[in-house]
Design a protein around this ligand. Structure first.
Ligand SMILES: CC(C)(COP(=O)(O)OP(=O)(O)OC[C@H]1O[C@@H](n2cnc3c(N)ncnc32)[C@H](O)[C@@H]1OP(=O)(O)O)[C@@H](O)C(=O)NCCC(=O)NCCS
Length: 183
């Protein structure tokens, strides 16, 4: 996969070149750190994962080809990541993948999410997926707005779909259709 870079504006600073590239095992620690921030901020939709170093490294290795894991990097620092995983329904539907996208708490709202989204959508198109799905906590305004701005559609709301810290939360289901891959 190519390693496109883009110019992202950080408040009060000149524009920097953000590089989006496939993740490597050396990124596992950063991927877990950024995910953990989202769980602490009550923005992760489901339970913790990527807990042990072995799990983190294995998860990175599981993602390639049809199911990429991309990181956004600025001056050697990983600011966020986005992944596609098999859509876990029975029977398994080929051509549908599930999105995860997480940005470092200190670098949210600087355009990194939009750039990673663009890159993962492009990878999905190249890999032949015809649909991506995503799930967000219903009160995740950032996730919902980012999706709305990048061509996703809200399919519906699962009521009381995930229990986090003893409280039930509604979950929004979103989808992104890649019509040129529909056969
Ligand atoms: C959702 C998330 C990925 C967005 O990434 P980001 O880098 O902050 O998003 P961007 O800076 O590219 O913002 C794109 C647009 O989304 C909207 N947006 C971003 N953050 C927002 C917020 N907190 N509230 C409302 N809208 C928001 C804005 O319209 C923004 O464009 P603008 O800044 O030009 O107005 C990021 O907030 C995040 O990692 N959140 C925690 C993890 C998560 O919720 N992941 C989704 C579940 S898988």
């Amino acid at each position: 996969m190519s390693t496109p870079s883009t110019t992202v504006g950080f408040q009060g600073k000149p524009h920097f070149q953000l590089q989006v590239r496939p993740a490597e095992t050396r990124d596992a620690q950063d991927i877990a750190r950024i995910y953990l921030q989202a769980t602490q901020d009550h923005l992760a939709t489901f339970e913790n994962f990527l807990v042990t170093p072995e799990e983190r490294a294995r998860w990175v290795l599981e993602h390639s080809g049809k199911f990429p894991l991309l990181v956004a990097e600025l001056n050697g620092r990983v600011l966020g990541w986005a992944s596609l995983s098999p859509y876990q329904v029975r029977p398994h539907t080929d051509g549908i993948a599930e999105l995860l996208i997480y940005i470092d708490r200190d670098y949210r709202r600087h355009g990194v999410g939009r750039e990673l989204m663009r890159a993962i959508q492009s990878a999905a198109r190249t890999q032949g997926h015809f649909k991506l799905i995503g799930r967000f906590l219903a009160d995740n305004d950032a996730g919902r707005t980012l999706c709305r701005l990048t061509g996703w559609r809200e399919v519906g709301v699962h009521e009381k779909h995930t229990a986090l810290e003893g409280r039930w939360h509604d979950v929004v289901l979103v989808e992104y259709l890649i019509t040129e891959n529909l056969k």
